[in-house]
Ligand binder design. Structure first.
Ligand code: IMP
Length: 207
């Protein structure tokens, strides 16, 4: 089984990634206390994901996977984007971010938005692989639903026509931006695994 260190200590995220890509041996960064907290101060989701994956790969010497995601609202020129978690200020609650978003969007008829997730896989001696997943929808007029986290109560998903906070986790995990990005990366992992097996068979034969 392929072993990959996740560039996160968030156990919810680790559980979610394991569910989306079964068959891969994912390890939480919790098992690597020598790796310090890595800052997300890039200007784009791509920059943050690549930086985190490469830092963890260098510090552990293993394959490392990182993600970064955000909500991009059309009428706000793509904001809050990379600043989604600190839209209303550093250390604010999800409610405060949602309140700011709904206030900026009050009276706005253009309500299109998307969640975007970027995942990066880095490792010793390989070029970093970057994949993206998008989930389209629109911003609700008021919060609805109790599940999930972050902007889930104010994001109505195209298709189901319900907010992420109204949908069961199993449905969200099938159609979310993170699931889409990770499934794309899953295809790269299968390719890398096949290559590694061929190399190790060849090494055995040659020795
Ligand atoms: P991260 O990439 O998981 O650190 O997410 C950054 C921020 O984007 C979170 O703090 C949320 O505000 C927002 N976000 C990302 N993914 C989701 C989601 O699936 N639902 C709701 N909010 C999300």
């Amino acid at each position: 089984m392929m072993e990959i260190v996740l560039a996160t200590r968030n156990s919810d995220k680790v559980r979610e990634i394991r569910r989306i890509l079964p068959g891969v041996g994912f390890h939480s960064l919790k098992n690597f206390p020598q790796v310090p907290e890595i800052e997300e101060n890039g200007e784009t989701l791509e920059e943050n994901a690549i930086h985190k994956a490469q830092e963890v790969a260098v510090r552990t010497g293993k394959l490392a996977l990182a993600d970064d995601s955000g909500l991009e609202v059309e009428a706000l020129g793509g904001r809050p984007g990379v600043r989604s978690s600190r839209f209303a200020g550093e250390g604010v609650s999800y409610e405060e971010n949602n309140k700011k978003l709904l206030m900026l969007m009050s009276g706005e008829r253009r309500r299109g938005a998307r969640f975007r997730c970027v995942v990066a896989l880095a490792g010793p001696g390989m070029e970093t692989i970057v994949r993206e997943g998008v989930c389209r929808g629109r911003i609700a007029r008021s919060p609805c639903g109790k599940r999930g986290f972050g902007y889930d109560p104010v994001f109505i998903v195209s298709g189901p026509g319900k907010t992420f906070a109204e949908l069961p986790a199993s449905v969200k995990n099938d159609i979310s931006h993170r699931a889409r990005a990770l499934r794309k990366l899953g295809r790269d992992l299968s390719r890398i695994e096949r290559k590694l097996k061929t190399v190790s068979r060849k090494d055995k034969k040659d020795s």
